[in-house]
Design a protein. Sequence first.
Length: 303
Amino acid sequence: MTEINHNTVKIGDINIHYAESGTEHQDLVLMLHGFPEFWYTWRKQLPVVGESYHAVAPDMRGYNLSDKPDGIKSYRINYLMADMFGLAEALGYEKFYLVAHDWGAGVAWAMAIAHPKRIKGLIILNGPHPYIFSELLSKNDTQIAQSQYMAYFRNEGIEDDMLANGCEWLLKWTFETHLASGQMTEDDKHAYQEAWTRPNALKSMLNYYRASPLTPATAENKGKGFGLNPDDFGVKVPTLVMWGEKDHALVPENLDGLNALVPDLQIIRLPNVTHWVTHEAPDIVSKEILSFVDEQAGQSGAT
């Protein structure tokens, strides 16, 4: 397997840190993490994908070693998209493959919708399509209930509570079972604690939620929707969705009707996997990324 190396590049006014493998290869596979992760969630995929492709996993703005601009507005989707397109351009790529999980998937869906000609292929891991998710947040009782953390994360100042006792609450909410089962090690735990406790990191991470227009419905506005037009959210990019069916935050209905919005769609359901797909099924994730990108690149059988 290839080594993982680290670099930083200036995109606009901010510095973006990224990890990479396979710099000698021509095609870029850009891998976007979610909350509350950082490039490290792809640590097992980077060297495998890097055997055939230039695999790059950034710390998105606000996370770990990347800059953390002030203000909630700095975390709106247009800035998050511009960072990732800018990173690809800085690395010398106009078009590329995009792999993403959770909040990273939110950015990736938006990138593919807005600029389909720049995305060669899209791979989503447990990240809801924005239109379907908006409908479920408005009308689906289970999704509304399971998304109450999104409303909580919008509260100002909660980052101080989440940082207490070595980020005890956040570790319990995310990776407690993985640490107990051995799917994550003490070294992994310390890596996350280090990333979360960097100055202004957790506040910036939570600003993704504070800047988003999507939030679970209340009793007062349930069923009213967000005024989105599904015609504006079509994805004209070959897409693979890998979905852990035991996700604690996202209901299975996030896949219902997805093929109407994403005509060139493959879905792989992982019945015994939760939201944290890269930790629970790392080998499957690596294998399916390579298989899908090989297929799109016309290199079937490549390893």
